[in-house]
Design a binder for this molecule. Structure first.
Ligand SMILES: Cc1cc2nc3c(=O)[nH]c(=O)nc-3n(C[C@H](O)[C@H](O)[C@H](O)COP(=O)(O)OP(=O)(O)OC[C@H]3O[C@@H](n4cnc5c(N)ncnc54)[C@H](O)[C@@H]3O)c2cc1C
Ligand SMILES: *[C@@H]1O[C@H](CO)[C@@H](O)[C@H](O)[C@H]1NC(C)=O
Ligand SMILES: *[C@@H]1O[C@H](CO)[C@@H](O)[C@H](O)[C@H]1NC(C)=O
Length: 349
């Protein structure tokens, strides 16, 4: 008889959890999954990015290999989120109107192919005419998109993983190779740690947002001509609204700046259709600071073969788009594992 085998997954952020759930569909009877992480949903470390995300899906135009790969992953995730929103209300995913307003559209917003790469497949997509956009805005679109309550969504995925027989262990690895020693027969480590282990291409992008009680019905993103961003993202299941936000590569400050908060809220008050039930003021729940795990050139999704026949499957470096591309990343990672014989083709159950 074949010996039981443990597949170790490192990381319980949106990437590790999405990948773990997808892997569970392709296990042989002698395989099981152990999810190992320093932080799990309900933990709140500044180094654990997933609970701090908005999160919404805002397609990114362009024509670089990274943009094209991510657009494809995001499109598959969009279709997946339709099924989640329809069938799993406890997941905290909802489709709402997505609106984008650009004061000074960068070049890729004038290029038809770059736009098509990102916007293909969006429901109810429409370019906004100049009379429909606020003053100062040169370019606008609207479409149906999803928003999700990130702490709720990762907790939901963890619950589902455990219900399907997944096991968890809270543990801090000092080196990736430690993963092979966490149980008796580990031949595959799936690596979803966000930043990776001493990858020189990895870097953080700090994000500060402010969570308020005031509700809003759409997710709106405004790209300002000075390069800053303003957005609002309603969090389903009465999670309030995230008002953002900054993108600060290499800034390790873990503390929220009160000046940044004031700017974010002042812009949101000017530009977004909040109802004034709080007397025209925002009712702040908390400031949020997160570190997006970015990587030059985009995510590393790759099998690395060790000398002894063991294999690491890398899936890290999602940057600011971990939720948007999560399902596509999980599918691509499982496809690589199938190609390398690490999982079995789905049995006709
Ligand atoms: C303010 C803000 C807004 C955002 N908005 C959006 C949005 O609207 N849409 C969107 O798609 N994305 C958004 N993001 C980005 C998104 O949050 C990230 O892309 C995503 O959370 C990355 O997920 P991850 O699983 O790769 O990493 P993480 O969530 O950081 O998870 C990493 C996991 O690896 C574990 N780990 C790391 N090192 C070790 C170790 N040595 N030993 C054991 N375990 C380890 C951690 O404990 C954790 O469990 C936003 C981010 C921020 C900060
Ligand atoms: C698990 O079973 C499959 C056949 O179902 C076999 O190919 C594989 O080698 C087994 N794995 C281990 C670790 O014994
Ligand atoms: C977050 O990570 C940095 C860099 O590895 C480390 O210096 C810091 O102590 C960590 N912070 C927390 C709260 O764990």
């Amino acid at each position: 008889m074949s010996e039981p085998e443990t597949i170790v997954i490192i990381g319980a952020g949106v990437i590790g959890l999405s990948t773990a759930l997808h892997i569970q569909q392709y296990l042989s009877p002698n395989q099981s999954v152990l999810l190992v992480a320093r932080d799990f949903p309900s933990d709140t470390s500044v180094n654990y990015t997933s609970p701090w995300a908005g999160a919404h899906y805002r397609p990114v135009p362009g024509s670089s290999p990274q943009v094209i790969r991510e657009a494809n992953q995001a499109q598959r995730t969009y279709e997946f989120m339709k099924r989640v929103a329809a069938h799993e209300p406890a997941a905290g995913v909802k489709f709402v109107q997505g609106i984008e307003h650009l004061e000074a559209p960068p070049r890729e917003y004038e290029d038809a192919e770059s736009l098509r790469n990102a916007h293909a497949g969006l429901d109810e997509y429409r370019r906004l005419s100049s009379s429909e956009v606020p003053s100062g805005v040169k370019w606008g679109i609207q479409y149906k998109t999803w928003v999700l309550n990130s702490p709720v969504y990762i907790a939901y995925m963890l619950r589902k993983f455990i219900l399907k027989g997944g096991r968890t262990r809270q543990y801090v690895l000092g080196n990736l190779k430690e993963g092979f020693f966490l149980e008796r027969n580990v031949r595959t480590v799936v690596h979803c740690s966000g930043l990776g282990f001493e990858d020189p291409k990895s870097f953080i992008i700090r994000g500060q947002t402010c969570l308020v009680r005031n509700p809003v019905s759409a997710t709106i993103t405004r790209q300002n001509k000075d390069g800053t961003w303003s957005f609002c993202i309603p969090r389903p299941l009465d999670g309030g609204t995230v008002i953002g936000g900054t993108k600060e590569p290499g800034n390790w400050d873990p503390n929220p700046s009160m000046e940044t908060r004031a700017t974010l809220l002042a812009n949101a008050k000017k530009w977004f259709p909040f109802t004034l039930e709080s007397g025209g003021e925002f009712d702040v729940i908390r400031d949020i600071v997160g570190r997006r795990p970015a990587r030059e050139g985009g995510m590393r999704i790759e099998v690395e073969k060790m000398n002894d026949g063991r294999q690491v499957v890398h899936a890290y470096g999602a940057g600011g788009r971990g939720y948007e591309i999560s399902r596509g990343v999980a599918e691509d990672t499982v496809a690589l594992m199938l190609e390398n014989g690490l999982l079995r083709e789905k049995a006709a159950l």
